[in-house]
Write a protein that binds this ligand. Structure first.
Ligand code: ADP
Ligand code: MG
Length: 603
């Protein structure tokens, strides 16, 4: 019997490609369905001209077809400044503007920060979770990649708040995955987490000891993932189409989109089958692929995961045989060819018992369950991902908290002045592993004034770094003679202040009804576009193969659907699409028969 749930804490995997929300019910993590009734929520948003967002599969279908209204991969931009973006933004088709500290994305005539957009995804997950659990959801544990710096973590937290979630904890994705595999029960070990997602590859080496997952090393490729497998297939098919029709399939956004969708479906089929058909109806293309053919296309892409893995092992000072476990994460690792690749690199069979695209969310939910006090056996502690310190004389960084220190933690150190009669000191807070200030990231600056004038080296200024359980740093400086003190919560250069978040919160009260209406039209257009395109191609044949009145009917229905598509009524699009489908049924049949006849008797 299900027990009623009150004030649940959910676990969320906010992914570059897909996001998920999970909840531990009676000790078992469960992925909660989205409002679309699916487990995954594509991290894609499409906007109406009025700025109404729709998130999920409906939006994913618009990625290529309606690029000017659709955004994706926002996670790459989260917590970064405009200057910081040179590489992160590579290959993103939308327009980026320098904001005040934060980069802005211009889409369909409006601008949004990556925090706004991530919040829209989180809000959609929250709504899905509320529907699935039948109760309001206000608290969550979020995951981030192990290499995320303080800005990126804070931006993730701000997105959570903006979505109306109290973010209780931010957990590293590989740590969450290890938790979901129950590796924490082993008490110790060295774990490689091989995470191949949609567009990113991350390898993390973790050391488990005394209930802590310490990140020993991370490496990866920010432009490598399942999308590249789709692209390899699409390119192969496009070459065949070019040889046949002499035209570039990628030149039309519609055909391009269909090609990528068909390629992704083929790839996914190979996680279960030996043979699968790739069909692009509107181009009249249909071919059977074998798994061996697919693997031949996939292999060079996957080969690119090898170097980062070897480097991560090297950084951690380990050999493959030192590892106690290799854990696979990410949708593409459902493919045998990916599993073999990982096995080859690490010389052992990897763990695949948990669904690799759900494992991070499941781990976040387990952490949430621990925080909720339901799972008293485990105490998971997080660590500081990068060293924190302050600038000292000569432009050098002095670390107060070394990386991988368990949190919460506190560190203090006493500094002095370097000039006579100096009455103030500048505290420059830094993050990073390098010696020189300019090679590290500047997190904040503040000034402690009112120091009584004394000779250099006499005043004693105590600097305290305090990191709470969420990894948020608070820095204070105190002049010990006068007791004068200055404290700041470190808001990194690319983050948001609480007031800014509050302001954004009140501005983002979205119109739920407009949301539902727009979703309908988006879904209807997604379904209708391939029909429209296929008809467009066969219109000429209609007048050859059908009696004139029937061909006229097809033409009329085709125009009616075109017209409905330019309107804003989803139901009208559905009706028109249905009518066109009916009108073309006979034509499709005739065209197919003709094509078969031609293959049997080649010209
Ligand atoms: P991310 O962590 O980047 O948000 P995911 O781990 O969800 O993304 O991975 C998304 C990728 O996984 C996509 O390229 C998708 O096509 C691929 N994928 C999903 N399911 C399968 C499957 N069964 N077999 C192969 N690839 C899959
Ligand atoms: Mg992921």
């Amino acid at each position: 019997m299900a027990t009623p749930i009150t004030d649940p804490i959910v676990g969320i995997d906010l992914g570059t490609t897909n996001s998920l929300v999970a909840f531990v019910r009676d000790g078992v993590p469960e992925i909660l369905s989205s409002r679309e009734g699916r487990t995954l929520l594509p991290s894609v948003i499409t906007f109406s001209d009025e700025g109404v967002p729709v998130v999920g599969y409906a939006a994913k279908g618009r990625k290529v077809r309606d690029a000017s209204h659709t955004v994706f991969s926002m996670k790459r931009l989260l917590g970064r400044g405009f200057e910081d973006l040179k590489t992160a933004a590579q290959g993103l088709p939308y327009k980026l503007l320098p904001g005040e500290g934060i980069v802005k994305i211009e889409i369909a005539g409006r601008t949004y920060t990556p925090i706004d957009l991530s919040a829209m995804i989180l809000k959609e997950l929250k709504l899905g979770a509320e529907k699935a659990l039948g109760t309001p959801v206000r608290r969550a544990v979020l995951t981030v990649p192990a290499y995320f710096n303080d800005s990126q973590r804070q931006a993730t937290r701000a997105a959570g708040r903006l979505a109306g979630l109290d973010v209780l904890r931010i957990v590293n994705e590989p740590t969450a995955a290890s938790l979901a595999y129950g590796l924490d029960r082993k008490r110790q070990g060295l774990i490689a987490v091989y995470d191949l997602g949609g567009g990113t590859f991350d390898i993390s080496i973790l050391k488990l000891h005394d209930g802590i997952f310490e990140v020993l090393a991370t490496h990866g490729d920010t432009a490598l993932g399942g999308d590249d497998l789709d692209f390899a297939i699409a390119k192969f098919v496009a070459e065949q189409l070019r040889a046949r029709d002499g035209r570039d399939a990628f030149a039309s956004p519609e055909l391009h989109a269909e090609l990528l969708e068909a390629a992704e479906a083929l790839k996914i089929a190979f996680s279960e089958r030996e043979e699968a058909i790739l069909e692009i109806a509107s181009a009249g293309y249909r071919t059977t692929f074998t798994r061996a053919q697919f693997e031949q296309l996939a292999r060079p892409v996957l080969e690119r995961t090898r170097q980062p893995c070897l480097r991560a092992l090297q950084d951690a000072g380990l050999k493959p045989s030192d590892l106690s476990d290799v854990v696979l994460v990410g949708g593409p690792t459902r493919l045998a060819v990916v599993q073999r690749m990982a096995a080859e690199i690490f010389g052992r069979t990897p763990n695949t018992s948990v669904h690799p695209d759900e494992v991070v969310a499941a781990g976040a939910a387990i952490q949430a369950d621990i925080l909720a006090g339901n799972n008293k056996d485990f105490l998971l502690l997080d660590v500081v991902p990068l060293s924190l310190g302050i600038e000292t004389y000569g432009g050098l960084m002095s670390a107060l908290i070394p990386r991988n220190t368990r949190i919460p933690t506190v560190a203090r150190e006493v500094f002095t002045t370097f000039a006579d009669k100096q009455t103030g000191v500048d505290i420059h807070v830094l993050q990073g592993e390098r010696e020189r200030v300019e090679d590290n990231r500047s997190l904040a600056r503040f000034k402690l004034g009112g120091i009584p004038p004394q000779p250099a080296g006499i005043p004693r200024v105590e600097v305290i770094f305090l990191i709470d359980a969420d990894g948020i740093l608070q820095v204070s400086a105190k002049e010990l003679k006068t007791g004068r003190e200055q404290t700041i919560e470190v808001r990194p250069s690319y983050g948001l202040t609480d007031t800014e978040v509050e302001k954004m919160l009140s501005a983002s009260a979205v119109n739920a009804e407009a949301d539902v209406e727009f979703r309908k039209i988006v879904e209807a257009r997604n379904d209708a576009e391939p029909v429209l395109r296929a008809t467009e191609k066969s219109l000429k044949q209609a007048y050859r193969l059908l009696p004139k009145d029937e061909a006229d009917e097809v033409q009329r229905r085709y125009e009616a659907l075109q017209q409905a598509m330019s309107g804003k009524d989803g139901a009208k699009v559905r009706e028109a699409c249905y009518a066109l489908n009916r009108a073309t049924a006979k034509l499709a049949d005739l065209i197919m028969k003709e094509a078969v006849a031609q293959t049997v008797e080649p010209r």
